[in-house]
Design a protein around this ligand. Structure first.
Ligand code: TNX
Length: 537
């Protein structure tokens, strides 16, 4: 299938001239401490009127009853030009209105402002205020404005996401939303090693995950079946190691310019790329590319099957560390984000002592390039740098070495495979996916508390959540969509929303509200029977 961008207009950075139209200050209508607004609506009535459509559910929503309706005169102003362009582009495409962009803080009928937000909403939070005359989103930083824009779009009729002009009215329910994340780290992972996905396909996924306030995309760039990024000092990695994939297809790799394009695109969606070089196991593609990296000096054949645990870098060999240092150095130089993921999973062909030796050296190499290590939780059996972040992927709820690391101050990203793995089947009838960690429908994806899941790893040790999508059985963007939606939004909500809001019933209602949006966007989602999908889904 040819991947289609979700909304081509999103990508057009369009600047328009300043227009004279300015909108006056919006009326204040906050519900008072006594629970009665200026308009005489009680908090209970107001809250009941607020639509249950936003995923992840915001920290606080107070309805005022005063709906704003976009018109052909609606304007957008933004203190961050790119975010104003992003919003105006989506609105123009579906409403058909000109949606002129005005300059000057607060000048638009929809105003995105880097002023006025309380410090309590932090770097990623926002306050959205909608009245009869317009909408104001206030944040402390650009990421907060971007997240507020996602909430605004989810408050509007689903057809706002349509790639062509659709019918209004284009309403925004009146009220105030105050919102900020529970965890800083809300990730998705795409395995581009088992099957290769093009830059356009990765950008499409970035567009999709950003709708749910996901802020990290972990790219699993290397594995037994493929090496997917060009390394100038080791060119065969890409040209040989990237030349096939699971099933024997042509594979592929990103040039460094391609990778930089993905990083830059992700930045426009407030998503940070976390590159993974899996090691010392999952390295057959590298070992097949250079005989000199092998202990016996013989390159193995390229591998196109789906077994794991059979390959290992040669830990006693000095060249292994030259290799790892140069690879990490080149990738670090292309990666503005703080993390490099060193893998460390399923190294069953590496002895325990070699494994500990390698993980010690690998962490120091990453640190020497100014980056923070993320590793699969298996590395917690070895000595960790204080800053190393663990990614828990097992199906158990206790792990003594992870708990010990947490007690020593390590942070943990939670990806329990039996809840968060997007490559697990929804049920046995599904063609795509695997079953080793269990079947995962919406209730299972949503039904766990990342801050109180792993014994000895409490809320303060949890960096956040990540939903990995391994791609042994995943070949197309339609396949990615099918496995990620509707489960990825469940993981996104666990990462963003306070645990006090956790409610399976209201969550599945809000999830159902996404169905018509996905339909309009061409997202090939799975219609779980646990969700009541409204008309138009
Ligand atoms: C386990 S979980 C793996 C991957 C596979 C995945 C398939 C983990 C860190 N490693 O190598 O692709 O299972 O579900």
């Amino acid at each position: 299938m040819n991947p289609m961008p979700i909304n081509p207009v999103n990508r057009v950075l369009r600047r328009t001239g300043r227009t004279a139209r300015a909108v006056g200050a919006l009326a204040v209508f906050a519900v008072t401490a006594a629970g009665v607004s200026a308009a005489g609506v009680t908090a209970a009535q107001a809250a009941a009127a607020f639509p249950n459509t936003v995923v992840p559910v915001p920290v606080s929503e107070v309805a005022s009853g005063a709906t704003y309706t976009l018109t052909s005169a609606t304007t957008v102003s933004s203190d961050v030009t790119g975010i104003g362009d992003y919003l105006a582009g989506i609105l123009r495409t579906s409403t058909g209105y000109p949606i002129t962009e005005t300059t000057g803080t607060g000048s638009g009928s929809i105003a995105l402002e880097l002023t006025g937000a309380p410090t309590t909403v932090g770097a990623e939070g926002y306050v959205l205020t909608s009245t009869a005359t317009g909408v104001v989103i206030q944040a402390n930083q650009a990421a907060g404005l971007f997240h507020g824009v996602q909430t605004l779009l989810q408050l509007m009729p689903p057809a706002v996401m349509s790639p062509s002009v659709a019918a209004g009215p284009w309403t925004v329910p009146g009220g105030t939303i105050t919102d900020y994340p529970r965890f800083e780290h809300r990730g998705a992972m795409l395995d581009v090693a088992r099957h290769f996905f093009t830059v356009a396909q990765v950008e499409r996924y970035i567009d999709e995950i950003a709708l749910y306030k996901i802020d990290y995309l972990h790219l699993h760039l290397t594995d037994d079946q493929g090496w997917r990024i060009a390394i100038n000092s080791w060119p065969n990695l890409a040209t040989v190691g990237g030349s096939t994939e699971v099933g024997g297809g042509a594979g592929g790799y990103y040039t460094q310019a391609d990778y930089s394009a993905i990083v830059a695109y992700a930045q426009t969606r407030y998503v940070t790329i976390v590159p993974e070089i899996d090691s010392p196991g999952h390295t057959n593609a590298a070992l097949a590319s250079y005989a000199s990296l092998n202990c016996n000096g013989v390159a193995p054949a390229l591998y196109t099957g789906t077994n794991v645990g059979f390959s290992s870098l040669c830990v006693p060999l000095a060249l292994t560390y030259t290799f790892f240092d140069q690879v990490v150095g080149e990738i670090a130089a292309l990666t503005p984000g703080p993390y490099i993921h060193i893998g460390g999973d399923e190294a069953s062909s590496t002895t325990a002592s070699d494994y500990a030796t390698f993980e010690g050296k690998a962490q120091n190499i990453v640190a020497s390039h100014g980056k923070t290590v993320v590793g699969w939780h298996n590395i917690s059996t070895t000595a960790l740098l204080p800053s190393t972040v663990l990614q828990f992927w097992d199906t158990t709820t206790s792990n003594s070495s992870v708990a010990a690391a947490a007690a020593s101050g390590s942070k943990v990203i939670m990806s329990p495979a039996n809840h968060a793995y997007l490559d697990m089947k929804y049920n046995r009838k599904i063609k795509l996916g695997q079953t080793w960690a269990g079947l995962i429908d919406v209730d299972t994806a949503y039904g766990w508390d990342p801050g109180n899941y792993l014994t000895g790893v409490g809320e303060s040790s949890v960096a956040g959540v990540e939903a990995p999508l391994w791609t042994e059985t995943i070949l197309t963007s339609a396949d990615i969509d099918y496995m990620a939606f509707p489960r990825l939004p469940a993981i996104a909500e666990l990462g963003w929303s306070p645990w006090s809001t956790h409610n399976q019933t209201t969550f599945t209602q809000r999830l159902g509200a996404q169905g018509p949006r996905w339909k309009d966007m061409g997202v090939n989602y799975y219609q779980s029977t646990q969700v009541t999908w409204p008309p138009g889904s």
